[in-house]
Design a protein around this ligand. Structure first.
Ligand code: SAH
Length: 480
């Protein structure tokens, strides 16, 4: 796999993002005013999530004011005076990058990334924010600069004079958080910031009840760790903020990969509610930031058709299973990980469920055996891990997806429903549908497409930033 493909595939697994191109400055200004007026009225009231109980009141900001843990110099602010070019010696430090016409065009077309190969003149800064110019010297805006990454520049602000202080971050993050408001009535765990999908390139922030888990996925964004923590603290007033920076992608950025408490305290397990169910998230050591928040509404969609004997394949902590169990007679929750199933068992207890059977098995083997035994299920959920981690692995991934879907289709009883998902960025929506079509053709079954689904509100997939979109799913019904 080439390094760009890697960067893209990795970007997917965690990130999510959006640049300033689309940023409505009027809205931003209004938002800042709104924040100021709210704080003037009631300085202790949380801004973003007013329905959440206000817990007083660890001073997260003070705690975070400790020594900066990053190893780069402070970011140069675009508003600072700088020497005219004629005064610079050849090796003089500079906070600006010059990009090729092809690089500039990417920003024009709404994509926030400029690759290393399109940076004609690199900044001398180790990492941070830089001004970006086109070949004719026109200023294009302010971007995060990652010196070791294939994704060299990530657009932050079209305004070359933007000052990226805490207030700038507060305004940007407040806009993202406000877009989640509709979710607060049905769940207390959702993504607050989906990287490029929310104009906050390479930044992830998930909320679990009164705690936040963040991921800083580039050398550039790492420079703003303190401003981001301060801004989130003042907007959400969490009881603690954890950095789940134990992601491989950070190594590509020359950053450490670790889990670090950034503010307050964060428990090992957090009980969250989701559309009438409860489950335990594992922020310190669970997958992603502690749970698969991106499937939240899909669990409801799958459960809406659940009946009879149900199978939740690739169950992890049983999150689909507990939704299915409300309607099905019996649910088999299957995962290869015994540890995941232990938490699934506790989640079943938490919901007072007695009709979920936990099975530790390899899904491929299990489905094959069930087919051999002519078992039937009325409801099946397939939510496998990403089989296609790179572009090169797409063909073998498709074979894997097809195999489990084909077997699941054959196991369906007449009138049964299959919820099938893929979280591989490289398996695009057309490839996913073609895989399902091909499985259906081989299955000998007649399957109606009841729903095609993409990402939920808190994981915005931006049409012209393909890397923000990775999750797709279908609800199928056996009509033969
Ligand atoms: N459906 C879950 C998320 C699933 S993540 C939710 O909504 O929360 C993928 C899960 O697949 C992981 O728990 C992993 O342990 C499991 N897994 C990976 N390969 C597997 C295999 N071959 N057979 C069964 N489970 C597998």
């Amino acid at each position: 796999m080439n390094s760009r493909a890697f960067a893209r595939s990795s970007a997917i697994t965690m990130l999510d993002s959006l640049p300033t191109i689309y940023l409505d400055f009027t809205f931003q200004t209004a938002m800042a005013r709104f924040i100021r007026s709210r704080r003037a009225l009631n300085p202790s009231q949380p801004l973003a999530l007013p329905s959440r109980p206000t817990r007083n009141n660890i001073n997260l900001r003070e705690r975070e004011k400790g020594p900066n843990t990053t190893r780069f110099s402070r970011p140069v602010q675009p508003h600072e005076p700088r020497h005219p070019p004629s005064m610079l010696s050849h090796n003089a430090p500079t906070d600006s990058a010059t990009v090729s016409t092809r690089g500039a065009r990417r920003w024009e077309q709404g994509h926030p990334w400029i690759y290393r190969s399109d940076v004609l003149r690199k900044p001398d800064l180790p990492a941070g924010a830089v001004n970006v110019h086109d070949e004719r010297g026109r200023s294009l805006g302010v971007a995060l600069w990652s010196p070791t990454s294939e994704i060299a520049l990530r657009l932050l602000d079209r305004n070359p004079d933007a000052r990226l202080d805490e207030s700038w971050w507060r305004t940007r993050l407040a806009a993202a958080i406000s877009r989640r408001q509709p979710l607060a009535k049905s769940a207390n765990a959702y993504r607050l910031v989906h990287g490029e999908g929310d104009f906050c390139p390479s930044l992830i922030c998930d909320q679990y009840d009164r705690w936040l888990v963040i991921q800083l996925m580039s050398a550039g964004i790492e420079q703003y760790r303190r401003e981001i923590v301060d801004a989130l603290s003042s907007l959400v007033e969490p009881l603690g903020i954890l950095a789940r920076n134990d992601v491989h992608l950070r190594a590509k950025e020359g950053l450490s990969t670790d889990v670090e408490l950034l503010a307050g305290d964060v428990p090992r397990e957090i009980e969250v509610f989701e559309h009438g169910t409860r489950y335990l998230a594992a922020p310190w050591d669970g997958q992603k930031t502690g749970a698969f928040l991106d499937q939240r509404e899909n669990r409801v969609a799958a459960a809406a058709r659940a009946h009879g004997r149900a199978l939740d394949c690739f169950s992890y902590h049983g999150s689909f299973a507990i939704h299915l169990a409300a309607r099905a007679d019996i649910v088999v929750a299957l995962d290869v990980s015994a540890e995941a199933l232990r938490r699934a068992a506790r989640n079943c207890e938490l919901n007072g469920l007695t009709n979920v059977e936990l099975v530790e098995a390899n899904a491929f083997e299990f489905l094959k055996t069930q087919q051999r035994n002519r078992t039937r299920f009325d409801t099946i959920v397939l939510d496998p891990p990403a089989f296609a981690k790179t572009k090169a692995s797409v063909p073998s991934a498709i074979r894997g997806y097809k195999e489990i879907n084909l077997r699941a289709m054959r196991l369906l009883s007449p009138g049964g429903s299959l919820f099938s998902a893929s979280c591989s960025f490289h398996l695009t929506i057309p490839l996913f549908l073609e895989m399902l079509r091909s499985a259906a053709a081989d299955s000998g079954r007649r399957l109606a497409i009841r729903e095609l689904r993409t990402q939920p509100l808190d994981h915005p997939g931006i049409l012209n930033i393909p890397e923000t979109t990775y999750l797709k799913s279908a609800v199928l019904e056996a009509v033969d």
